[in-house]
Write a protein of this length. Structure first.
Length: 730
């Protein structure tokens, strides 16, 4: 061992001996940061503290010998690489470039020629292969990660050894770390909606890990990757520790015992929990604290506990309370503030009892944000003259443009809000003002994706929407809109309460599992009054049968509700907008992305709509979806002007109607374009009325027409349409 190293160890040991045992962990976390060997060597020396006063002499000689051995191995490894510069393979994998380094090894981009794919390979440095504990920890990382099967957890393909080098082969993720992402954002802050999308994915992944008895213990933005398609991946279970029996978050499935003993501090200071900082045993609630720190940082732009040094940061974690989030992010709701405060409690017993409980809370916030965004999109007046340009022919057409924010419009918006609020109240209390006569009422809840594959989510959402749309064509049935039904996507356990909130007599629930080319769809029709099942069926189909199956489901529901269908309604239930299964799948993917209502997602949706059209040029519904996407772009983002988007929306809508003149969706888009862009209000009203003729239960048509009437100064009619839209979408 070099003299400088020996002096460093002796100085640290001397400093630690001057502190109370409870303060040593924080001290070592600071002085040994990034050097696991140093920390372990100091801890080993401190273990002899009660035996002799001269503990530094003999152990230091032992440590010196060990250090010389490690350095010799490292030098030998470097010499081998220098002598063979073309060495670029590990086992069957061809190394291409270095992606990063960490305390537990290096990560390289590599290519697997057997399967013709890029992979990431993590290598344990050669000088550590003689350290049994390091090898065991490295192996535990692989086993911990490979035991988990979740789309938000890094997929482990293989663990192996080649000529003394241990490695883990994982999927290669194209994207950036959360640290890189938030550092690029203005003021190091992410939008609240984007933040909730990221953090709920993290919580879902941790819930799966905790259910398998695994906690991460080193959650931080550097260990979280954001893929280009929006998926979050949790990396590096190298510090994963199995929770003890009976600890919160544990179940029967377990891996071998933990390698880390109580009293050893592991983790990154800024994100570690108080119990980690004290070197105590940890459980699943440690990850809850770390997740709370990350969420706080994403919103506020800075961590809740910060110090000039690692020891000061740890002291802040143990002592201080975080500043209120509203000080730096006024848009944060009281509900979200409460959730984060609870996750950051010093006493783990006061935090959420499990990450699943935290996830449920976060999903409620996320749903509320999505609902608020949808409401804003629906009710927001034109934000600028660009969105409502004065058409050059407006005067020659005898059209009088409404003032953009006149007192009449403001007053009407208030009236609409009051009216829709009263509508919701009357619907809830059963007031006859909104009784639907002899109509039966129904909600189709989002079918559950039972495949455990997030990439199949578009299929379950899409089939749900298709069934809703088919049943909405029936005059004798009131069907709640997609927006209403999808509020309950994450929790459908209390069907009686859901039905009461939606004001419906019956519910359709279901789940879909995809096994290769086979689909297993379970569907149930439930009487909301007593939660009894009116009807149920299991459909085992191939993917090619999906177009027929969704129609069969709608027909079965109508039949079991004893609805009397006209010939035209029966034809509508039998209607298939395309015979091309691939085009239909592209369409469903387009809808899935569109309903996220952000500019990048809508653009992704447009790409899928185009692929659907390429697969079937006569697919009118795909053109209608593209039209609605272009119409929404100027509202969802700031990089697209209405002058650019609306002509494309109109062209797609007109093409849809050329192919199928019965599409209410296309008429709605032309109605919006008529009074928001062309200022041809006569044409706009004609389009909205035609949409309502074709689809009287279409809440989007009623909502669009209400906006048109509002801007026309026809307040009484606008309130009536607003009530009807609210009744249908609740």
């Amino acid at each position: 061992m070099k003299p400088e190293r020996l002096q460093q160890i002796e100085a640290i040991v001397h400093g630690a001996r001057q502190l109370a045992p409870g303060d040593r962990a924080a001290f070592l976390a600071e002085v040994c940061v990034g050097d696991e060997d140093l920390c372990r060597e100091v801890e080993a020396l401190l273990a002899y503290d009660k035996r002799a006063k001269d503990i530094i002499e003999r152990p230091a000689m032992d440590l010196a010998a060990r250090q010389i051995r490690d350095e010799s191995l490292a030098e030998a490894s470097t010499a081998v690489i220098a002598a063979a510069p073309n060495l670029s393979r590990i086992g069957p994998y061809e190394l291409q470039s270095l992606l990063g380094k960490g305390g537990m090894g290096e990560v390289h981009l590599a290519f697997d020629h057997r399967l013709q794919r890029q992979i990431a390979i993590k290598l344990l440095p050669p000088q550590f292969t003689t350290d049994a504990q390091r090898v065991r920890r490295f192996t535990q990382e692989a086993r911990a990660a490979s035991a988990l099967n979740h789309p938000n957890i890094l997929t482990v393909h293989e663990i192996g050894e080649s000529e003394g080098t241990h490695y883990i082969v994982t999927e290669y993720i194209e994207g950036e770390t959360l640290r890189q992402h938030i550092s690029r954002a203005p003021h190091q802050q992410m939008g609240l909606s984007e933040t909730m999308v990221v953090v709920t994915q993290m919580a879902e992944a941790l819930a799966t890990a905790h259910a398998a008895g695994i906690i991460h213990r080193d959650l931080k933005p550097e260990n979280l990757m954001l893929r280009k398609d929006g998926y979050v991946k949790i990396l590096d279970f190298g510090l994963a520790k199995l929770v003890e029996p009976n600890a919160p978050g544990a179940d029967a499935q377990r891996l071998p015992p933990s390698l880390t003993e109580s009293g050893v501090v592991m983790g990154t200071p800024r994100y570690m929990s108080p119990e980690q900082a004290r070197g105590e045993k940890v459980d699943a609630r440690t990850d809850i604290f770390s997740l709370g720190v990350i969420l706080y940082e994403m919103i506020a732009g800075h961590a809740p506990f910060v110090g000039a040094t690692a020891s000061e940061t740890i002291a802040a974690i143990l002592r201080d309370e975080p500043q209120p989030l509203t000080a730096s992010a006024p848009e944060v709701s009281a509900q979200l503030e409460r959730i984060i405060k609870q996750a950051l409690r010093k006493d783990r017993a006061e935090r959420q009892p499990s990450v699943q409980a935290l996830l449920t809370d976060l999903q409620q916030v996320k749903k509320r944000l999505e609902s608020d965004a949808e409401t804003t999109r629906e009710l927001m007046p034109a934000p600028s003259d660009e969105l409502l340009p004065v058409h050059p022919e407006a005067e020659t057409k005898g059209l009088k443009p409404a003032p953009r924010l006149s007192m009449a419009v403001v007053g009407l918006m208030v009236l609409l809000l009051v009216a829709t609020g009263l509508g919701a109240y009357f619907l809830w209390t059963g007031n006859p003002l909104l009784v639907t006569g002899n109509k039966k009422s129904l909600a189709v809840l989002p079918f559950i994706n039972a495949s455990q594959d997030a990439n199949a989510e578009y299929l379950s959402d899409g089939i749900t929407e298709s069934v809703i749309n088919n049943l909405s064509q029936l005059a004798g049935l009131k069907v709640m809109s997609r927006n209403s039904a999808f509020r309950f996507k994450s929790n459908q356990r209390d069907t009686h309460n859901i039905a009461a909130q939606l004001g419906v007599e019956a519910l359709v629930t279901g789940d879909i599992k995809q096994l290769g080319d086979k689909l297993i769809i379970n569907v149930r029709l439930i009487d909301a009054s007593d939660d009894s099942q009116i009807w149920g069926n299991q459909y085992v189909k191939t993917s090619a049968d999906i177009l027929v199956t969704q129609n069969e489901i709608a027909q079965a529901v109508a039949q079991n509700l004893r609805l009397k269908l006209t010939n035209s309604e029966q034809q509508q239930l039998d209607k298939r907008y395309t015979q091309n299964v691939q085009a239909y799948e592209f369409y469903l993917r387009g809808r899935y992305h569109y309903f996220k209502i952000t500019e990048p997602e809508i653009r992704q949706g447009i790409k899928f709509y185009q692929q659907a059209i390429d697969a079937d040029p006569s697919y009118a519904l795909a053109y209608a979806g593209m039209a609605d996407a272009y119409r929404t772009l100027p509202i969802a983002g700031s990089t697209v002007s209405s002058k650019e988007a609306f002509p494309q929306a109109k062209a797609a809508a007109k093409k849809a109607l050329e192919l199928d003149g019965q599409l209410a969706e296309a008429h709605i888009v032309l109605g919006w374009a008529g009074f928001l862009f062309d200022w041809d209000w006569r044409a706009a009203e004609k389009e909205f009325k035609r949409a309502l003729e074709l689809s009287p239960n279409n809440s989007d048509a009623h909502r669009g027409y209400a906006h048109f009437l509002s801007n026309s100064g026809r307040h009484d009619e606008a309130i009536t349409e607003g009530r009807r839209a609210r009744e249908l979408s609740n």
